[in-house]
Design a protein around this ligand. Structure first.
Ligand SMILES: [Zn+2]
Length: 898
């Protein structure tokens, strides 16, 4: 799947190393052409026996694989996936006879195994001896990393990198049992998907570790790790007392406390949902020192984790970190069912993995820790992804896979958060119990096999009602967010409508101003509304809106009374934005504090924000609403209000209005921020601490706040001298707040901190903070500093997370990228290069738009998934330019009051 043009030298070397085995003298001209993307489908594996010799101190490994294969038709050349493997010997056993096999070069992704004669349909066994590469920069395929003074080897085979570990059928539909044997240095240990069944000493200071046969698994879920690990026993959990361990680099066992405490309860909660035991023999949580494109990976029975997500010293166990870890843990363990037990048949159904794991993780955490506000987080995630989904360049949840780039692009917010939100909507519509019955039916029908969207939807429909699959599909197979236009009709002048009050509904795709998309899509939307009249009890009503317009009886219509308020998205779980006609929005806002839940109030505020940020309503008016909510006791309401302010105050704000915006921030949010301060007070609850962590850095950076800025600087310096000087949840906020108007002396201190810190987490915090300075000269030096070869590019690259927040940072990032493009891309792990267009994101003017488009012409297509990412970046700029044109007047008018 990788685009080798980015790494021409390596590709050429790999091609030259393919040896010809056996006596075949056929010229390349006679060789058949390799397949493209997918295998021909005329053969399938029945099982693998893989023996690998892995020494973490080495940059290559040796492999011997025996693959049982069923040929479905007479075959002269068997094609398998293989990347960067050097073949030494291959033989085939067929009909009791063993023959040599000639290797046919297959380009970057395939190898052909040519038989002396055409073999008949039936069972054969292919044996291949080979060597493979152990990568040091990328976290794809087989790779190694150093922690302390020791090297460790790990794997990451999803989506299409199993072919770097062994020649194989590297498509998810091929699920078979695997038997893995690893020969490793005697001073190390190894983990894989199944428990160790035997260990014996071998010559040369090695030992041989044999693992049990796996349940049927696709190649992408195979995993192993080798190194001088420490093991933390996390006990046994669930219906069959599944043993759980946290496997960490030597000396880091004390950092696994929280992981050991939470894994068992989460596993047990998931078993309850599925009504069955954990589907694999054991669960190991294996720590990788550093990953680049994933936080964790759901390999069956062996989840791999980025160290910063799974491990923390006690002082770094922040509230956000604990919640994030638990949520990712629930996600990866949900995958043990959605993905591992029942696997997607092909990558166009990535949502069957990612949407379900996202949805079920939220559901699990909400049940397990109700005080964590997961129900609100869900609404926030839904609203965020609806922002991504307004782009014409957004993917569909089920997107056709035409190339390897499409697979690279499939793991985006659409597959995770949009899919999760759409599942939540249909779960609420048909009822959680029926939805759960559908899930269980699907799991049972395709246990240890593969499933498709169609099969999943049939299972849900069988447990609920006809028409669900068709309605669900309208959200899977077309992109975009429906905009639901809602008019309450009660009859004019006291004349009552027959059938009682009703809601007139209309739908179209929500397209922001400047969008070139068309609104031709129509969804089948389960519209659920809630309403009440005259202070009475609220009632709920649902209707499936199938056409572009329709009506439904208003909730409580039977009473005949006109509702005094209507919420057109009950629970805010519907995947649509609502726009209210007449005075309905004002009436709703008036009762919101008493009648709506926190998730509903957040959803409502986010819709108000999105309509303004899409140019449908006035941004000035949205800003004017903020003071009303900025002091709400609930932190989520304050955060949704900050979002209204930042959507106006970031990219779209003309430079001339920045001083006025700073005064607006200080006036609106400053008193609360100053009262909270950067330092906690004894006895505070977690919500207060989390509000501080988001509100205070925002006001310090964007407001006109010399005192908070001085305090941030004082604390940043204190933290550099003593890591316990700032609460864990505030460290990033303090370092970035201090940097925003920081001087060169502070910059030098940060650089010193990076050079002397032994903790990766601290270095990453500092690299990120370097991007938060707003002095252009310091930013130029910051980029030159972080790109120095003395630093690990995987850590140093964190600078761009903060640099893209400010005009000065965006300009510096862009300037740096243009001058150092080739070296920057060359230093990156190959799997992140596709995201390079985002380095140029966030501009809101024609000149930069032209520059970026011109610069990436001829470059983006060489990055995996780069073209779609560039299209998103450019489209976002187009929309921002149009929005600025539309909103400049209203922003000026509102901010003039400050
Ligand atoms: Zn996932």
């Amino acid at each position: 799947m990788r685009d080798w043009r980015v790494f021409p030298i390596r590709a050429i070397v790999a091609a030259c190393l393919v040896l010809i085995a056996g006596g075949g003298a056929a010229s390349a001209a006679e060789d058949p052409a390799p397949p493209t993307l997918r295998l021909p489908g005329d053969a399938a594996p029945t099982g693998y026996r893989v023996a690998l010799t892995i020494d973490p101190d080495q940059k290559t490994f040796r492999g011997a694989v025996d693959i049982g294969v069923r040929l479905t038709r007479p075959t002269a050349v068997l094609w398998l996936h293989a990347t960067d493997l050097t073949f030494e010997n291959a033989t085939v056993r067929s009909g009791g006879k063993s023959d040599a096999v000639r290797i046919v070069p297959g380009g970057a992704d395939f190898a052909g195994f040519a038989f002396d004669r055409e073999l008949p349909a039936g069972e054969i066994e292919l044996h291949v001896d080979y060597t493979g590469a152990i990568d040091e920069t990328s976290t794809q395929g087989v790779f190694r990393q150093k922690d302390g003074d020791a090297w460790y080897v790990y794997t990451q085979l999803e989506t299409t990198d199993a072919r770097r570990a062994f020649p194989c059928f590297d498509e998810p539909v091929y699920k078979t049992p695997w038997e893995l044997t690893l020969t490793i240095p005697a001073g190390t240990s190894a983990v894989s998907n199944t428990p160790v069944v035997s260990e014996s000493l071998a010559k040369g200071g090695r030992k041989v570790v044999r693992f049990g046969k796996t349940e049927p698994l696709p190649a992408y879920l195979i995993a192993f790790g080798v190194g001088p690990f420490d093991y933390v026993d996390a006990g046994r959990a669930g219906m069959k007392k599944t043993p759980i361990r946290i496997v960490v680099p030597k000396g880091k066992a004390s950092r696994a406390r929280y992981a050991a405490e939470t894994s068992g309860p989460i596993l047990a909660k998931l078993e309850d949902y599925f009504g069955m035991p954990f589907p694999f023999a054991k669960l190991d949580q294996l720590v990788i020192p550093q990953t680049v494109t994933f936080s964790a990976m759901e390999n069956a029975g062996l989840v791999t984790w980025s160290e910063s997500v799974l491990l923390a010293q006690p002082k770094d166990e922040s509230i956000q970190w604990k919640r994030l870890q638990a949520s990712i843990n629930a996600h990866e363990l949900a995958h043990q069912w959605f993905g591992d037990y029942v696997t997607l048949a092909w990558w166009d159904d990535v949502w069957l993995n990612e949407s379900f794991a996202t949805w079920l993780a939220d559901r699990t955490i909400a049940e397990w820790q109700p005080s964590w506000g997961t129900a609100v987080e869900r609404i926030v995630d839904r609203s965020n992804v609806m922002g991504d989904d307004t782009l014409v360049s957004a993917r569909k949840i089920r997107q056709e896979i035409k190339s390897a780039d499409d697979i690279a692009n499939a793991f985006d917010s659409i597959s995770y958060q949009k899919g999760g939100a759409v599942i939540s909507m249909f779960e609420a519509w048909i009822g959680p119990a029926k939805f759960q019955a559908g899930v269980r039916r699907y799991m049972k029908a395709y246990a240890y096999g593969t499933g498709t969207s169609k099969e999943f939807l049939s299972a849900i429909e069988a447990e609920s009602r006809p028409g669900v699959a068709a309605a669900f599909s309208t959200f899977l197979d077309q992109p975009g967010v429906p905009l639901l236009d809602v008019t309450l009709q009660c009859g004019a002048g006291g004349a009552k409508l027959s059938g009682g009050p009703r809601l007139a509904l209309a739908q179209k795709r929500f397209l922001p101003v400047g969008s070139e998309g068309s609104s031709t899509e129509t969804w089948q939307i389960p519209v659920c509304a809630r309403a009440a009249s005259g202070g009475g009890e609220a009632s709920r009503a649902c209707e499936l809106l199938k056409e572009t317009s329709g009506t439904m009886a208003a909730p409580g219509a039977a009473s005949g009374a006109c509702p005094s308020w209507v919420l057109a998205n009950d629970g805010e779980v519907g995947y649509y934005r609502a726009v209210y006609r007449g005075d309905s929005l004002e009436k709703l806002l008036a009762v919101a504090d008493n009648e709506l839940t926190v998730p509903e109030r957040v959803g409502l505020l986010r819709d108000i924000d999105a309509l303004a940020a899409g140019g449908a309503t006035s941004m000035g008016q949205a800003l004017a609403l903020a003071p009303r909510f900025a002091n709400d006791p609930n932190r989520y309401i304050v955060q949704a209000t900050i979002r209204i302010a930042t959507d106006a105050g970031e990219n779209v704000l003309p430079d001339a209005l920045r001083p006025a915006y700073a005064r607006y921030v200080s006036k609106t949010f400053g008193p609360r921020a100053r009262a909270l301060g950067f330092s906690g007070k004894p006895g505070e609850d977690e919500d207060t601490r989390l509000l501080r962590a988001s509100l205070v850095p925002y006001v310090t950076k964007d407001g006109d706040e010399p005192e908070l800025q001085a305090e941030a600087k004082r604390l940043a310096l204190a933290w550099l001298a003593d890591r316990s000087a700032v609460a864990a949840e505030l460290v990033g906020g303090v370092l970035e707040s201090a940097a925003r108007h920081g001087d060169r002396a502070l910059f030098d201190k940060y650089k010193e901190g990076i050079k002397t810190s032994k903790e990766r987490r601290d270095r990453i915090r500092l690299f990120r903070a370097l991007g938060a300075f707003d002095d252009p000269a310091i930013l130029d030096d910051a980029f030159a500093f972080v790109m120095s070869p003395e630093f690990d590019s995987r850590e140093a690259g964190n600078i761009i997370y903060a640099s893209l927040d400010t005009p000065e940072g965006r300009a510096a990032t862009w300037k740096y990228l243009q001058a150092n493009y080739d070296s920057t891309v060359a230093r990156m792990p190959r799997e992140v290069t596709g995201f390079v267009p985002y380095y140029a994101s966030g501009f809101c003017d024609e000149k930069h738009r032209e520059e970026v488009a011109e610069f990436f012409a001829g470059r983006a297509e060489k990055l995996p998934g780069g073209q779609r990412n560039l299209a998103k970046v450019l489209e976002s700029m187009d929309l921002c330019i149009a929005l600025r044109g539309k909103q400049e007047g209203s922003l000026k008018e509102e901010l003039a009051r400050y």
